[in-house]
Each structure stands twice: as structure tokens, then as C-alpha cells.
Ligand binder design. Structure first.
Ligand code: ARG
Length: 475
């Protein structure tokens, strides 16, 4: 077993239980690649500041490169006794290049190292998530475009309220996911700040050049306060909060898919490839994918609350409690990715049952508001029009009819303002298309919203391609 780096001061060897209790290697191995990248940059900086020699630096960098290759080839067995990924890599480096490896940790601590690794990991994953979100947004927009003339009931309190375009409903989710995308991109500004060079907590006596390291690692900014650098995890919390909000949106969409695919609604059918059956009831087709997305929202919120709780009482600066940031973070990244992936594939394959939607629109007095509005255009005050329409509804219910099934003679008993031209306004098409107010459900509006969304997505895609190119060029 390798000797601990702090063994000099200790007379007893670490208890086995403590070793496994304190170890983070089971999960922080996913930072390996970033740890090496950070170490290479740190080492180059040390050499350029003549803190170590060029020759030493080149040995260290070569060694680190070889370790990166070992990891890629699956040739790197991690040792539990070495606690974490940082110590595993340093130990491996020593085995590869000898004593000179020990110069790497000059002017650095695992505290600024781990904070940098996590930030590098997270900025990459935020990029991946933004891409996946864009994919889902595109799927929604294209599906909305395809079904632009389907009309469904819009609901409040889960009671049929007024007709809306099915596409308008889909585009509501587009808006939510567009905000989620913007939230992640905004969080990136605070994630993409380099703590490296803060050392354990107070900075260092060596003449380091943090700006240089930051340039090598593509960090646009370095952190301003060494204590804050090693002890803040609000960039993780902010990400977990943004991910949680996104999960709220995914969960609400799931809930609707579950409702809509039920026999009671029957608005959509989930494709067989994305549904599951029952082991006992042969007729069943269950929306398990949507249910799991809805369920996974719970664990993502839990991850957010977990880290908030870990951090809330910690004195400055680093405390080992903070090692507990990683599992909630990694789990959230994995969960959100999986949910976005599955929905990007599922949405385009939904079967839309327009007849069921239309049937639902035609029952439940969804045209009551339009009848009242008609009276208002004929000069009645809205409150009175509301009351009058209410009376017509009561009458219609007694007759077991809908408003549009009544005759002009029937309704004229309630107001002399009614005339034949009312009935055209009570059709679903008219009700939808006359709602032309900005953001309203009229086909004209929704078509424009779809167009705008498509343009926004193409602009974002072009921009992210450009960024990718830039990143490759600067490497
Ligand atoms: N595994 C540790 C973590 O994730 C690395 C930092 C350890 N620092 C320390 N002073 N023990 O937080």
C-alpha cells in the first residue's frame, strides 16, 4: 500500500474502516480526465514561473499524458487506500516517473484542485445538457408544426376551459425548456471561474501566475478570494437548482402524457417502443417512461436539498463535508441527461388522436366565454353578459344540450342581443383563431411562435458549432 502524503506527522496507520469511510474514489474517478488536464496546466505554469525547471515539467507532463492514455485503455486500477482520484493519479505518476512527480503539488492543495476539477467537469456537462435541451426543444417545435390544426380543450383546475391549439400547448413546454436552457447558460458564467492557485485556503508564497493557468485551461476568469475559492459550492447548488426546475417541467409534461394517454382522455397514444405491459393484465399498456421521469424529479430535488443542507452550517474555508457534493451532482447530471434523451425520442413518435381532442372540445361548454364576449360586443357589460350566459348554460344543461346545439329561439329568451351570427363564433376554429392577442392561441400566433423558435434553435446550433471549433483550435 502506498504511504499517505501526510504520514510524516502520524504514528499510527489509518484504520481500515476510516479508509473506506473517507474514500471518494468510487465516484470521483469520473473527474480523472479533468484532474490530469488541471495538473498539466498547473505544471506548465510552475515551469514558466521557474518554480520548477522545464526539464522537470516536461517529465511530469509526459507522465500525466501516459496516465491519461492508461485510463482510456482501462489500464488504471484505482486504489481505495489512496482515498481519492487526486492522490491516485499522483501516486501513479510517482510510480511512472519517480521522485520528480512530487514537485507537481507545489503551490497547490487538493482543496483548490478538487474545486477546479468539479468546475471543469460541470462546464462540460452543462454544455452537453444544453445540447440535449436544444434537441428536445426542436422535437417539440417540429411536432407542434406537424399538428398545427389539432384543437384540444385547454384546462384550468383540470376542468375544460377554452379550446386551444394542441401546438400552443406543446409550445408552452418549448418556452419552459428555452428558459431552462438560458438558466443553464447563465449558471455557466459562475461555474466557469478558476479557483486553482488558491492553494489550501490562503493563497501561496510561490510567485505563481494564475492568469496563465486559466488561459491554458480555458477559464475566462480566476476567482477573487482564496477562502471563497476553496469553500464555495454555490455554483453546484445553482446548477442543481436549474436542473430541478427543468425536472419540474419534464415532470409536468410527463403528468400530461400520462393523463392524455389514459382511456379517460385518449388524446395521445404512447408508441409501443416507449411503453410497457402488465405481467397480469393482458390489455394494459403503461406509460412507465413518463412515470419514471415524473418520479426522477424527486431524486433531483433531493440532490439539491442534500447539498444545500451540507453547506448551510460550514465555517470557512474547506471542510471535508464538501466531498458530499459529488454524488448529488453526478446523479443529477446523469438523471437529467437520461430524461432529456428519452423525451427527445418519444415526443416525435406520439400518436395524436385528433378526433378524441375535438370530441372533448365539443362537450363541456368551452364556448361559454365566447358567448358572453358576443353579448359584450353587442353593448352589454361583461358582468351582466357573464350572468346571462350562465342562465343559458343552466337551461342547456336541463335540455342535455351544448350551447351550440341550442336554437336562436331558445337563447333569445335570455337576451334580445343574440342573433344568428353568434353560432359561427362558437365553433372551435373561430374560438381559437379569434384569440389573436399577443401570446394567444390563434393559429397565426402559434405559427409565428414556431417560426421564431425554429430560428432561435438554428442560431444557437450555429453558435455552438462555432464554439466547438474555437475550443478545438485553442487546444
Ligand atoms: N476528496 C476530497 C473532496 O472531494 C478532495 C479534497 C480533500 N481535501 C482535504 N483537505 N482533505 O472534497
Amino acid at each position: 500500500m502506498a504511504e499517505k502524503p501526510w504520514a510524516g506527522r502520524f504514528t499510527e496507520k489509518t484504520d481500515e474502516r476510516v479508509e473506506s469511510f473517507t474514500s471518494s474514489i468510487a465516484f470521483d474517478r469520473r473527474l480523472a480526465h479533468y484532474d490530469i488536464e488541471g495538473s498539466i496546466a498547473h505544471c506548465r505554469m510552475l515551469a514558466s514561473q521557474s518554480i520548477i525547471s522545464e526539464d522537470e515539467a516536461s517529465k511530469i507532463v509526459k507522465g500525466l499524458d501516459r496516465i491519461a492514455g492508461d485510463i482510456e485503455r482501462g489500464n488504471f486500477k484505482l486504489d481505495d487506500a489512496l482515498e481519492d482520484i487526486h492522490m491516485n493519479i499522483e501516486d501513479r505518476l510517482t510510480k511512472k516517473i519517480g521522485k520528480v512527480a512530487q514537485k507537481l503539488h507545489t503551490a497547490r492543495s487538493r482543496n483548490d484542485q478538487v474545486a477546479s476539477d468539479v468546475r471543469m467537469y460541470l462546464r462540460d456537462e452543462v454544455g452537453n445538457l444544453v445540447q440535449k435541451l436544444t434537441g428536445l426543444r426542436l422535437a417539440l417545435v417540429q411536432f407542434a408544426d406537424m399538428h398545427i390544426d389539432a384543437i384540444m380543450p385547454g384546462y384550468t383546475h383540470l376542468q375544460r376551459a377554452q379550446p386551444v391549439l394542441f401546438s400552443h400547448h406543446l409550445m408552452a413546454y418549448y418556452e419552459m425548456f428555452a428558459r431552462d436552457t438560458a438558466r443553464l447558460k447563465d449558471a455557466l458564467k459562475r461555474i466557469n471561474v478558476m479557483p486553482l492557485g488558491s492553494a489550501a485556503l490562503a493563497g501561496t508564497t510561490y510567485p505563481i501566475n494564475r492568469a496563465y493557468t486559466a488561459r491554458l485551461l480555458n477559464f475566462p476568469k480566476i476567482s477573487a478570494n482564496s477562502l471563497d475559492s476553496v469553500s464555495s459550492r454555490d455554483f453546484v447548488i445553482e446548477f442543481l437548482a436549474a436542473a430541478s426546475i427543468c425536472m419540474v417541467h419534464l415532470s409536468r409534461l410527463s403528468e400530461e402524457l400520462i393523463l392524455w394517454s389514459s382511456r379517460e382522455f385518449g388524446f395521445v397514444e404512447i408508441p409501443d417502443a416507449f411503453a410497457t405491459g402488465s405481467s397480469i393484465m393482458p390489455q394494459k399498456k403503461n406509460p412507465d417512461v413518463a412515470e419514471l421521469v415524473r418520479g426522477k424529479a424527486g431524486r433531483v430535488f433531493g440532490n439539491l436539498v442534500a447539498l444545500l443542507t451540507v453547506m448551510k452550517g460550514l465555517p470557512l474555508s474547506y471542510n471535508r463535508d464538501m466531498q458530499e457534493d459529488k454524488e448529488p451532482l453526478f446523479d443529477t447530471v446523469d438523471t437529467l441527461k437520461a430524461c432529456l434523451d428519452v423525451y427527445q425520442e418519444l415526443i416525435p413518435r406520439l400518436k395524436v388522436n385528433r378526433a378524441a381532442m375535438e370530441n372533448a372540445v365539443s362537450k363541456g361548454f368551452l364556448n361559454a366565454t365566447d358567448m358572453a364576449d358576443y353579448l359584450v360586443t353587442r353593448g352589454m357589460a361583461f358582468r351582466e353578459a357573464h350572468h346571462c350566459t350562465g342562465e343559458v348554460i343552466r337551461y342547456a344543461m336541463g335540455q342535455n344540450k351544448e350551447l351550440h346545439e341550442l336554437s336562436l329561439k331558445d337563447i333569445s329568451r335570455f337576451s334580445k342581443l343574440f342573433s344568428e351570427d353568434l353560432f359561427e363564433l362558437l365553433t372551435p376554429q373561430q374560438m381559437v383563431n379569434r384569440r389573436l392577442s399577443a401570446g394567444g392561441t390563434a393559429t397565426k400566433n402559434v405559427t409565428r411562435a414556431i417560426q421564431k423558435a425554429e430560428n432561435a434553435i438554428s442560431r444557437e446550433m450555429v453558435k455552438s458549432k462555432g464554439n466547438e471549433k474555437g475550443k478545438r483550435a485553442s487546444r
